[in-house]
Design a protein around this ligand. Structure first.
Ligand code: AMP
Length: 400
């Protein structure tokens, strides 16, 4: 394991912290959700309390190597200042003479936020010169950006090699701790709820989970590929089916049978002819799906069977909505799972939500904060849970 930031001697030092401030902005360019900014506070507050000067860097959006004013981190500086009750200096760039001077003048207890790293293409190409330039700003390197931990970029991989003293921040450590423990030593029964549109993004995850979970409950669009695959061979109407994943789905069904994993697929669904807020919807068994109907949410019987299993589960990992939760007619399945997670969390179960759309669903239903852990990184959490090592985490282990 890499060091934890709390194990570093930071007094009087300049500490570079790679944070994840890839926040959503509204039409006026204001931050519409400060979840990720709040998530960065434990590390920042610790460093300030210990007498460090803090230099923060992040990307925002995909400006692809050019300056896009709408993707400036300036609005983040404002919110951060309110949250930490301190001034946050904002640098007009992340490298260059002006930034070097600002960093050099930074005193212990002060915060400097750099401008969007991805205004330079050198960030995502992990350019060695860019990494070196960034590294000259500080004495110590801390990575606390879980959302990009599955990428090898300059600020989260290249830079780390330039520092003797480096560590993972509170957020990164917490994410690794929850997600790795969930898989490696779950309290059982261990139930995984998977959904979302596609099987494709979850191949490695499914393979791994079929080896370790007690129950795998599948909803969302991806369930239809399983239902259509041999040996089930259901006619699923116009529902989303990935033809090129049918064989894989059959293999997963087979593996679950061999390993004694209880794989549960929907027995009924809420169907519609179009995906829209005003769509007519009807509840029917999977076998009654006619050719022009798409299954767009799990039905009442499926909800009940999922809830019964969740009730007796001690660890639950949830990744992917049960239906098109963005639209009212198709949100019930996802809402029911979210409410059940809230209930079993209160009763002592460990519930982990793997970021991305499931986290967005919790937020929509105002149930965020009602589970044990919500990951701040969709892609990174999927890779970690799939057993793939994260380059940014590995980079913290190396010596200079
Ligand atoms: P993913 O990115 O694969 O996690 O998929 C998330 C998206 O899947 C959400 O935007 C949902 O609206 C969508 N989704 C969930 N269930 C279905 C379904 N039955 N048919 C089509 N799309 C779905």
């Amino acid at each position: 394991m890499p060091k934890h930031v709390k194990d570093l001697a930071v007094k009087g030092k300049k500490v570079f912290v790679r944070t994840d401030y890839n926040v959503p902005l509204d039409a006026e360019g204001q931050v519409s959700d400060d979840f990720r900014i709040r998530a960065s506070l434990p590390t920042i507050e610790h460093l300030l309390k210990e007498g460090a000067a803090v230099i923060l860097a992040s990307h925002l959006g995909r400006p692809k190597g050019v300056v896009v004013p709408e993707m400036s981190l300036a609005p983040v500086a404002q919110i951060l200042a309110e949250l930490v009750h301190a001034d946050v200096l904002f640098a007009p760039d992340c490298v260059g003479d002006e930034v070097v001077a600002l960093a050099a003048d930074l005193e212990p207890g002060q915060i400097l936020l750099l401008e969007n790293l991805r205004f330079h293409a050198a960030e995502t190409s992990n350019d060695p010169d860019f990494s070196r330039e960034l590294s000259t700003l500080a004495d110590i390197y801390v990575n606390d950006a879980f959302g990009t931990a599955h990428r090898a970029h300059a600020s989260n991989v290249g830079m780390a090699a330039h520092f003797q003293e480096k560590a993972a921040g509170f957020l990164l450590m917490q994410e690794i701790d929850f997600l790795v423990k969930a898989i490696e030593a779950p309290r059982r029964p261990f139930t995984v709820v998977l959904g979302g549109s596609k099987v494709s993004g979850k191949i490695d995850l499914l393979k791994r989970l079929a080896e370790i979970a007690d129950n795998i409950l599948i909803g969302g669009g991806m369930a239809f590929t399983f239902l259509a695959a041999p040996p089930l061979n259901h006619n699923v109407g116009s529902s989303l089916v990935e033809e090129d994943r049918l064989k894989f789905a059959s293999d997963v069904i087979d593996l679950c049978l061999k390993k004694g994993v209880n794989l549960v697929l929907p027995s009924d669904c809420i169907a519609g002819r179009e995906i829209s807020e005003n769509a007519d919807s009807l509840e029917l068994p999977i076998r009654a799906l006619e050719d022009d109907l798409m299954g767009l949410d799990i039905g009442g019987r499926t909800i009940e069977s999922f809830k019964n299993i969740l009730d007796i589960s001690k660890t639950v990992l949830w990744n992917g909505p049960m239906g098109v939760f963005e639209m009212t007619p198709f949100q019930e399945g996802t809402l029911a799972v979210a409410r059940k997670l809230q209930e079993i969390t209160k009763n002592g179960a460990t519930t982990i939500v793997g970021g991305g759309d499931s986290a967005a669903a919790l937020k929509k239903f105002k149930l965020d904060g009602c589970v044990t852990h919500t990951s701040t990184g969709g892609g990174a959490s999927l890779e970690l849970l799939s057993g793939i090592s994260l380059p940014a985490f590995e980079a913290l282990k190396g010596t200079k």
